[in-house]
Design a protein around this ligand. Structure first.
Ligand SMILES: NC(=O)C1=CN([C@@H]2O[C@H](COP(=O)(O)OP(=O)(O)OC[C@H]3O[C@@H](n4cnc5c(N)ncnc54)[C@H](OP(=O)(O)O)[C@@H]3O)[C@@H](O)[C@H]2O)C=CC1
Ligand SMILES: O=C(O)CCC(=O)C(=O)O
Ligand SMILES: [Mg+2]
Length: 417
């Protein structure tokens, strides 16, 4: 494919087989978005750490050919002031199959819609996978942070994130309200003028493909349970249906049977004969449970907004969003991404924790099958934290720690590989 502003480096493409497995060459071209705000701080450190891990693991026989692609403020500088998410950025992720991105700014209440959400929707990256685990020594507000070891499977293409909403007082909002009242018999809109309207689509197909991936993950990674998190008591036909369809996939496709008469279920992991329990929890109770009884939860499948909240809340138990990684996955394309935002007050200060995007890159290496390099990153992060050489977010909560800049923390990770 010909690109206008993207320079394609020397290297080869990762390709995807019909069964969605990858063919990864020794010099894969990997597109990356630097990101707005603290993207300028964390992304270069991530590139340096990954290059060091790959070089150490494979003694020069493998090397990533990084290819910068643009989105957010940088795209408006490289293309034109109205181009926030260029078509060719999307094409590059499709063509090269595996990529990584820093955070992108989304204005609140008006202006452009989320570029992060747009990327997920355009590329149908329907899984947002966010593992949350504790590294020994990381400061935590809970007594036993080591009990937190969960993997969130957040539905990434539906729910109120679909962006179907109209501003209060707009002709569109008024028209929808009129339709609801006059044609659907709705009487419960408390104030029916100057009322914003949002729509929450949740489908059987969207739910089932997400839960299917989460259950397969539980099987492949020897996990004990999958919890469907929903607010189905209130939103019966969206969140409640998510729960029902989730159990249905477990039953119809994985052979799950009711436990003690249901609704919880279990099935046998075909890899090792162990039971995998499938259960559900209402979302507000879950936010309490993850603080009080985190050891009881393992893989979590949930809707888009719940997943956004739960992943940040869980991250806070194990060091904060500065260190929590994530991936956006379709069947064919994977974009790894920091879970935090652009933290504008810290932008360009070489201060923040680059751990989130570095650990996202670690997930990317694992996805590519470069396990030795991924293991080195974990070793480096563990070593830097154990030596108490950390960025401000950890240093302010740790006794006797040495405060490092963002880039110096990257170097400490490399030193401990
Ligand atoms: N995927 C994405 O690209 C995302 C983008 N965003 C966007 O980012 C912008 C800012 O959002 P905001 O709500 O302020 O959330 P942010 O995640 O940007 O920042 C909130 C706070 O989290 C802490 N934090 C964030 N990143 C780090 C880090 N790397 N190291 C250490 N601490 C960190 C800081 O806490 P403290 O002040 O205590 O030091 C910071 O003030 C918005 O436009 C939002 O839409 C938000 C989330 C995800
Ligand atoms: O797109 C955004 O601005 C926020 C997204 C977000 O919070 C997330 O993906 O966790
Ligand atoms: Mg979020």
């Amino acid at each position: 494919m010909a690109y206008k502003k993207i320079t394609v480096p020397e290297g080869s493409k990762i390709t995807v087989n019909d069964d969605y497995s990858l063919n990864v060459p020794d010099h894969p071209i990997i597109p990356y978005i630097e990101g707005d705000g603290i993207g300028v701080d964390v992304s270069p450190v991530m590139l340096e750490v990954v290059d060091a891990a790959v070089s150490k693991a494979y003694a020069g026989t493998r090397k990533i050919a990084w290819m910068e692609v643009y989105a957010g403020e940088k795209a408006t500088a490289v293309y034109d002031q109205d181009t926030w998410l260029p078509e060719e950025t999307m094409n590059a992720f499709k063509e090269f199959a595996v990529g990584i991105k820093g955070p992108l700014t989304t204005p609140v209440g008006g202006g452009i819609r989320s570029l992060n959400v747009a990327l997920r929707q355009e590329l149908d990256l329907y899984v947002c996978q966010r593992p949350v685990r504790w590294f020994t020594g990381v400061p935590s507000p809970v007594k036993h942070p080591g009990d937190v070891d969960m993997v969130i499977y957040r539905e990434n293409s539906e729910d109120i994130y679909a962006g179907i909403e109209w501003q209060a007082g707009s002709p569109e909002a008024d028209k929808v309200i009129r339709f609801l009242k006059e044609e659907m018999g709705v009487t419960k809109i408390r104030f029916d003028t100057q009322c914003g309207i949002g729509i929450k689509p949740v489908s059987e197909a969207g739910t089932k493909r997400l839960v299917r991936r989460a259950l397969q993950y539980a099987i492949d990674n020897d996990r004990e349970s999958l919890t469907l998190v929903h607010k189905g008591n209130i939103m019966k036909f969206t969140e409640g249906a998510f729960k029902d369809w989730g159990y249905e996939v477990a039953k119809d496709e994985f052979g799950a049977q009711p436990l003690n008469g249901g609704p919880w279920m279990s099935f046998v992991n075909p890899n090792n004969g162990k039971q995998i329990v499938v259960k559900d929890v209402i979302a507000d109770a879950m936010l309490q449970q993850i603080l009080l009884r985190p050891a009881e939860y393992d893989v979590v499948a949930t809707l888009n907004l719940n997943g956004d909240y739960i992943s940040d809340a869980l991250a806070a138990e194990v060091g904060g969003i500065g260190i929590a990684p994530g991936a956006n996955l379709s069947d064919k394309v994977a974009i790894f991404e920091a879970t935090h935002g652009t933290a504008p007050k810290y932008a360009g200060k070489d201060k923040v924790n680059p751990g989130s995007i570095i650990l996202s890159a670690e997930m990317m290496l694992r996805h590519m099958g470069w396990l030795e390099a991924a293991d080195l990153i974990i070793k480096g992060v563990e070593g830097a934290i154990a030596a108490k050489t950390v960025t401000y977010d950890f240093e302010r909560l740790m006794e006797g720690a040495q405060l490092l800049s963002c880039s110096a923390f990257g170097k400490a990770i490399v030193k401990h590989m």
